[in-house]
Every structure is written in structure tokens, then in C-alpha cells.
Design a binder for this molecule. Structure first.
Ligand code: F0G
Length: 468
């Protein structure tokens, strides 16, 4: 890189600002101010990278691609490889586990099931702690180091916690995680224990944990790593860049993600938007968000929007009605009051996507079908394929369009769910409109239970014959 260009690229990072997303406020703050919401109006913050500086940097795409073959630790990371678009300078104390660079798989069985000719699965479960959270935690924990934090904290349904615990361990920072007691997959909890975090099991749900986190925001030595933190979003947005690179810079028609606290959908929206503004792509993919029936505040809001409120530049509603007692077996997205719903809705509206719900049965069957493609994911991730099936049936996605589903977590994140599905023992408890609790079994259209086979060759061959 010539000196002048190197300087320009670095300048983009150091002249970035934090800005309130509410158009009526749009207040601006320095990138090393330890704030999580707008100190003026309480709105969400986002990082604004001065993209006009980067427009003069030639060959950005080639530069990013070339780094993938380098052994520099920052180049080995699928996040820091795109550092021209991150709000850090070249001396930042990068905390990395070599996150990102995840596979994009062709999934023919899932495609057929969803009513498509072809379907691509971007497997973010192939990250160091087995979920997409790592791409955002590398930037958030690097920022924590820069700010001189002593302790990093988060509320979590399990994956954010596991990821933060790992990155905090790498950075030698204390880590505290707030989890809703009894509502976390044991595999995720085990990760956080192993990485040395202070695990606080809270008598409440995720939304209660999140409320407690906001009360900790004014303690200077504590740094909050939930996705309300705009530095998380900066790392997570690079998934859009990597995906475009993997698609040969041909923009997919649709990108479909699960929706929980809504950081992921917000980040993808920002990533694609930056690529468009830099002129590296000429249109945006439609971003659609899928929620579980029993935990779907944004889908409810979206379903109630009038046609005039669905326009790309429509003003965002001020409020969202939270779901008081969210329910779903996809515990990762069991969230009733998502903090980043405005940013996510903005991304959906700008790109003409949708927000819909899917049932527990649909999630379970979609998960098993993804498995049949040889690709294991956790239940929350399978909302995508279930949702694409619904959108295809409703003619919102057409069979020949290019579609990418983002799988957010690995199958081993929730082995109990998988085992129960295949053994036929999975069930879902919900509360009826009259307020009584009811348990419904989840039947497994694609069940694959183990069978007892005698310890001899004939029995094994017979078993194979029966299953042909
Ligand atoms: N998929 C998985 C596997 C998740 O862990 C999460 C969120 C989501 C999807 C939803 O993503 O919140 O960005 O909309 N998990 C958080 C956690 C809440 O604490 O691990 P989102």
C-alpha cells in the first residue's frame, strides 16, 4: 500500500464517530466515549465510518481477498481483514480468536424443502465459540481494552455469554454474565464456566437480565458487551462483506436471519448499506427476520404496519409492544423486548424484506432437514429455513431467486433438543389465551432415533436393509 493510501485507510477508522440513529436528534459523539445509548435522547447509537475517505482507496476488494492468504493475526481474522471499515486505528490492541471466515454451503435438501431451486447456508456456527457472536465480540472486547475497562458484562440466552467469556479470557479481563436461570442450554453454560466467567444465574428471564445490565451502565470500570453496544455491530457487519466476497460480489436476492435481540439483522443491514454506499455493490439484498411464534414482538409490530409505513424511508414507530412471557424451545431467541428492534426494522424496510413468525413444529422439522444436508445448527438458526418455506409459499420469495440463510449457532450448542426430537420426546409448553399451561408434543417428520442392534454382522446388514 502506498503511504498516502495507507494513511487514508487508517484515517477512516480514527475519524469515525458514534451517532444517535434517531433522525430528529442525530447527536454525534467521539468513538472513545464510553456510552451505549444517546446521552441526549436515549436513542440507539451507531458508528459512522467516513466512507467518502475510503472511496479514494483503490482495490479494496482485492486487498481484503489477499489478506485471507496472509499469516498476520489481523489478516487471519475474518473481521479484522476488513479493518478499513472498523472504528480502530492500526495500533489497536486487537483481541482475536481468528473469528469469521465461515463456510457458505450449498444445501440442496433444505432448498427443496423450502420450495427453492437452490439455497445457500452461511454457517456462523463455525466460529471459535460456535456462534455468530464471535464476530462482534472481537471488536467489543478490543474496545473494552482501549477504554481500560476492568470487567466486561452481558445478559445472555447463552451464546453471547460463551463468546464474551472466551474473548475476555484472551484479553485477561474479568467477565460477568447474567443468565436467566434454568433457561439456557447446558452446553452453552458449560462453555462460559470453562472460559472462567463469573456466571450469575438470575431468577427471571432474558429481558430481566437485560434490564439489570442497563443499571450497570454507569459503572466506569464495567463495559457492556450486549449488542446495544455499537462496537459489537461493527464486527458483526463484516459478515455481509465476507458473504458478498463468497458470492463473487453478486448480491443475493434475499438474506434471511433469525431475530432475537436484533443485533444480527441490524449489523447485516449496516454492512450491506456500507457496501452500497462505497459503490462495491449496486443494490441491496432483501433482509428478512424470522421469529418464533411465542417470542415475536417485531413480527407482531410488522404485521400491524400500514402500507404507507412499510416504505423504504418510512419513519420508524416510537414503541414496540414487548411480549411479557416469551416462549420457545429455541432458547437463543426467547426474547420479549429486543433492544435493537429499531435498527433491525430499518434494515428490513430499507431492503423491502419481511418479519414473520414460524411455529415450534416448523423450527424442529427445518432443523432436521438442515441436518440431512450434513450441516448441523441449533434450533434458533433453523427458523431461517422454516421462514423461507413460509415466504416461498406466500410468493414473497420465488423459487429461482438467490437466497442465503444465516445459521447462527452450531448443532452441538443444544444437543438435548436434537436428541429429544429424534427420539420423539420433544414437547413444548405454552399458555392458552385463558391462562392455562398446556404441553404439546413436537412430532418429528424427519425423526432418526437410534435402534438396538444385536452384536453381529447379519443384524447390522438387516438393519441397513430395513432402512434403504
Ligand atoms: N441465533 C442464535 C444462535 C443466538 O444465540 C441469537 C441470540 C440469535 C440467533 C438472535 O440474534 O439477538 O442478534 O437477533 N442470542 C443472544 C445471546 C441473545 O444472548 O446469546 P439477535
Amino acid at each position: 500500500m502506498s503511504d498516502a493510501i495507507a494513511k487514508t485507510a487508517q484515517q477512516a477508522g480514527t475519524t469515525a464517530v458514534q451517532r444517535c440513529i434517531l433522525p430528529g436528534c442525530a447527536a454525534q459523539f467521539g468513538i472513545r466515549e464510553q456510552i451505549y445509548v444517546c446521552p441526549r435522547c436515549g436513542g440507539s447509537l451507531e458508528i459512522e465510518i467516513p466512507l467518502e475517505l475510503l472511496k479514494s482507496v483503490p482495490d479494496l476488494r482485492e486487498r481484503w481477498q489477499a489478506r485471507a492468504a496472509s499469516h498476520d493475526p489481523r489478516d487471519r481474522s475474518g473481521v479484522w481483514r476488513f479493518r478499513e471499515l472498523l472504528p480502530f486505528d492500526n495500533d489497536a490492541p486487537v483481541v482475536t480468536l481468528f473469528e469469521g471466515n465461515t463456510p457458505l454451503y450449498d444445501a440442496p435438501r433444505s432448498a427443496k424443502y423450502a420450495g427453492l431451486t437452490a439455497l445457500l447456508l452461511k454457517h456462523q456456527g463455525c466460529n471459535p465459540t460456535a456462534s455468530f457472536k464471535d464476530t462482534g465480540m472481537t471488536t467489543a472486547v478490543t474496545q473494552a481494552k482501549l477504554l481500560g475497562a476492568r470487567t466486561v458484562v452481558c445478559a445472555s440466552t447463552g451464546n453471547t455469554a460463551a463468546s464474551l467469556a472466551a474473548y475476555a479470557a484472551r484479553a485477561e479481563l474479568q467477565c460477568a454474565i447474567l443468565l436467566p436461570q434454568g433457561q439456557i442450554s447446558p452446553a452453552k453454560l458449560a462453555q462460559s464456566m470453562d472460559y472462567g466467567a463469573v456466571v450469575c444465574e438470575i431468577a427471571g428471564n432474558f429481558d430481566d437480565c437485560m434490564r439489570l445490565i442497563s443499571e450497570l451502565a454507569d459503572v466506569p470500570s464495567i463495559y457492556i458487551a450486549n449488542s446495544i453496544n455499537p462496537f459489537r455491530i461493527e464486527g458483526q457487519k463484516t459478515v455481509a462483506f465476507e458473504l458478498l466476497e463468497q458470492c463473487g460480489w453478486r448480491v443475493p436476492d434475499h438474506v434471511v436471519v433469525p431475530g432475537g435481540n436484533m443485533g444480527n439483522s441490524s449489523a447485516l443491514g449496516k454492512g450491506f448499506d456500507e457496501m452500497l454506499r462505497l459503490g462495491l455493490i449496486d443494490r441491496l439484498p432483501k433482509i428478512s427476520v424470522i421469529q418464533a411464534d411465542g417470542s415475536a414482538p417485531l413480527a407482531h409490530l410488522f404485521a400491524g404496519l400500514k402500507p404507507s409505513e412499510i416504505a423504504a424511508d418510512a419513519a420508524l414507530p416510537d414503541e414496540i409492544a414487548p411480549v411479557a412471557n416469551p416462549r420457545t424451545l429455541a432458547t437463543a431467541i426467547k426474547i420479549g423486548a429486543p433492544v435493537s428492534w429499531k435498527k433491525a426494522l430499518r434494515a428490513v424496510l430499507r431492503t423491502h424484506g419481511s418479519v414473520i413468525t414460524v411455529s415450534e413444529q416448523e423450527i424442529a422439522d427445518a432443523k432436521a432437514i438442515i441436518g440431512r444436508d450434513g450441516i448441523g445448527c441449533e434450533p434458533a438458526s433453523a427458523t431461517t429455513v422454516a421462514g423461507i418455506r413460509t415466504l416461498t409459499a406466500a410468493n414473497k420469495i420465488h423459487a429461482g431467486e438467490s437466497v442465503v440463510a444465516v445459521l447462527t449457532g452450531h448443532v452441538l450448542k443444544d444437543p438435548d433438543y436434537v436428541s429429544n426430537y429424534h427420539r420423539g420426546t420433544l414437547s413444548f409448553e405454552f399458555v392458552t389465551a385463558e391462562g392455562t399451561a398446556k404441553t404439546v408434543p413436537i412430532s418429528g417428520a424427519f425423526r432418526n432415533a437410534p435402534e438396538k442392534v444385536a452384536a453381529n454382522k447379519e443384524a447390522i446388514l438387516k438393519s441397513l436393509e430395513n432402512r434403504r
